[in-house]
Design a protein around this ligand. Sequence first.
Ligand code: FAD
Length: 434
Amino acid sequence: MAENSFKYVIVGGGVAAGYAAREFTKQGVKSGELAIISKEGVAPYERPALSKAYLFPEGTARLPGFHVCVGSGGERLLPEWYTEKGISLILNTEIVKADLASKTLISAAGETFKYQILIVATGSTVIRLTDFGVEGADAKNIFYLREIDDADKLVEAIKTKKNGKALIVGGGYIGLELSAALRMNNIDVCMVYPEPWCMPRLFTAGIASFYESYYANKGIDIIKGTVAVGFGKNENGEVVDVKLKDGRVIEADIVVVGVGGRPLTTLVKGQVEEEKGGIKTDAFFKTSSPDVYAVGDVATFPLKLFNEQRRVEHVDHARKSAEQAVKAIFASEQGTSIEEYDYLPYFYSRAFDLSWQFYGDNVGETVLFGDNSPTSETHKFGTYWIKDGKVVGVFLESGTPEENKAIAKLARVQPLVNNLDQLAAEGLAFASNI
Ligand code: FAD
């Protein structure tokens, strides 16, 4: 094939791309057939590390330590691995145009790439306060976290603003993980979010009250029910304070904003069907355009278990959707078929000495179990979600590997329950006995 022409091209070099590359080799891809084109300057890595061990003062994670596929217990794919397998890793290259009709991609530098089969794995981008014209939001030392370059800038600021003050905008998992990481670096941390409790998209009030008290005990201030409406700067253009909507002004020399993301679908906009903000795919991650697949954060796929189309922005799905798409590509080339994607939603987070896992769906009535007192020694507690008499979702803090396996099984089996008081009394034992 001519230079810059590949049988398979993956646009985006994140989690999904890395797991797809491993699956391509398992399926017998030949040298020279596959290219990964990435805006980032490094080989695919486990992105969740950026808001966790990458920022720790001790036991810090650095590349090549967390290249895929270590996050799921697999072998690390170092840059040399791609060379050995004849996979072209085209880094520092942003694709700015995709013409699906002519199967052509064009980079920001004007290079052209041709493909036969395309996998879109561009992930998400962060929502910025500058997008809403928030006053002073362009000040220095206001950070966002999506890619390794963002994390490096934050690490630098942690060093230069030693023992400084940080304000975290947003109470989602990024806000919670970053608050913990900055606090561990001996920085004074204040979190601000508009909702009545943290992580409202998943947490119930009962779950959140544990984390909010735990954070308060670690010395983190939490201001709820208001938002940042402006930032003050000094003569060097560095942020010095944050104005809140309720009139308060909070001093800060580091600000980290974690107010959500948006899937990067622009490249193929108008050329493929979209749904729920993502690229619509079937159960094999095939889009409405021939020979184009979409995986990871950008895909809106059929979630068989709940019988609806969903988009999932979590690492486990990025890994599994990528593997499914590659298996489907090879099956279709060989005229065989594979099973439909049958995903059980799984999210997790870690901060301080805490670690939670969630499986299933967070809809319906809830039952809190265990000890969610912030001063509890074990802080092992959880919540069941019950819909139409069945347990459809389970959350567990501080579970052992066996207990986490048990809650995953429970969310998959969706057992019937008829007495919620009894379920609360049984607690984790209910899951362990399934
Ligand atoms: P990504 O991993 O984001 O990869 C997309 C890649 O595409 C990037 O390299 C990007 O530079 C590149 N790209 C984008 N556009 C272009 C273009 N036009 N041309 C070339 N390249 C392009 N999930 C969890 O379940 N648990 C966690 O604890 C957790 N922690 C996280 C912490 C952080 C800081 C972040 C940012 C995310 C976290 N996530 C977590 C979410 C998880 O990392 C994502 O769901 C996952 O990375 C999605 O994989 P992806 O391959 O779709 O996208």
